[in-house]
Design a protein around this ligand. Sequence first.
Ligand SMILES: O=P(O)(O)O[C@H]1O[C@H](CO)[C@@H](O)[C@H]1O
Ligand SMILES: O=c1cc[nH]c(=O)[nH]1
Length: 234
Amino acid sequence: MSIHIEAKENEIAETVLLPGDPLRAKYIAETFLEDAKLYNKVRNMFGYTGTYKGKRVSVQGTGMGVPSISIYINELMQSYNVQNLIRVGTCGAIQKDVKVRDVILAMTASTDSTINRTIFNGTIDYAPTADFELLKNAYDLGTEKGLAIKAGNVFTADLFYSENPQFEKFAKFNILAIEMETAALYTLAAKFGRKALSVLTVSDHIITGEETTAEERQTTFNDMIEIALEAAIK
Ligand SMILES: O=P(O)(O)O[C@H]1O[C@H](CO)[C@@H](O)[C@H]1O
Ligand SMILES: O=c1cc[nH]c(=O)[nH]1
C-alpha cells in the first residue's frame, strides 16, 4: 500500500493505462479488460487490474495536472514496480490541420510547469521524451487502423484557464495541442528507468471552438484506448 493507492503488492500489472478521469478508468476496465478487479478507491481515484488478450494490464486514474499525476506515477513506479506507463488523455488542438477526434502521440512535451527546472536546479531546460518503442508501436497500429494519427510536440500547461495564452506562438513553433500531464509523465518515467507514452484524443479546438459530442468522444476514445493497449502488449 502507498499513501494514495490501497492496492496490495502484486495487485497492479507492469503495464498501466493512465486516464486523467477516474470514470474513464472505470469505462476502460469495464469495456476492454477481462476479469477487471477494482484495487483502488482512495479519493475515488479508481484503479483496476484485468487482462487484455491474455496479458495483465491495469488502468489508474491520475486526476488533472502535473501535481496530481506526479503523485500516482511516483507511487506506481516506487511502490508497485510499474514498468510501462501509457497516458490516455484528451487535449485541445491549436493547429489548423489538427482536427477534433484526431489522435496525437506526444513525442515530447514543452511545459510551463516548474517540475523540470526544480529537478535540475534551474540549470537546464530538460526535454521530456516518449519511449521510442511504445511510440513506434502506437504509430504503426494507428496507421494500420486508418486513423488520423499525428506525432509531435504537445504543451503540458499548469493552468487550464491561462492568464497569458500564447497559442498562436506555440502553433508557429509546431506544438500540436495543449494538455496538462505529459511532461511530468515522461520526466518521472526517465528518472526511474521506465517506459512512457501519451496517447491523446483531440476533444476540442482551442482556436476554432469546435468540440466533439459525447458520442463522438467515446468512439474516438475507443480508438485511442485500443492503440494504447495494443502498443503495450506488442
Ligand atoms: O482528459 P484528461 O486525461 O483528464 O486530460 C485533459 O483533460 C483535463 C482538462 O480538462 C486535463 O487533465 C488535461 O490534460
Ligand atoms: O488540457 C486541455 C485538455 C483539453 N482541452 C484543452 O483545451 N486543454
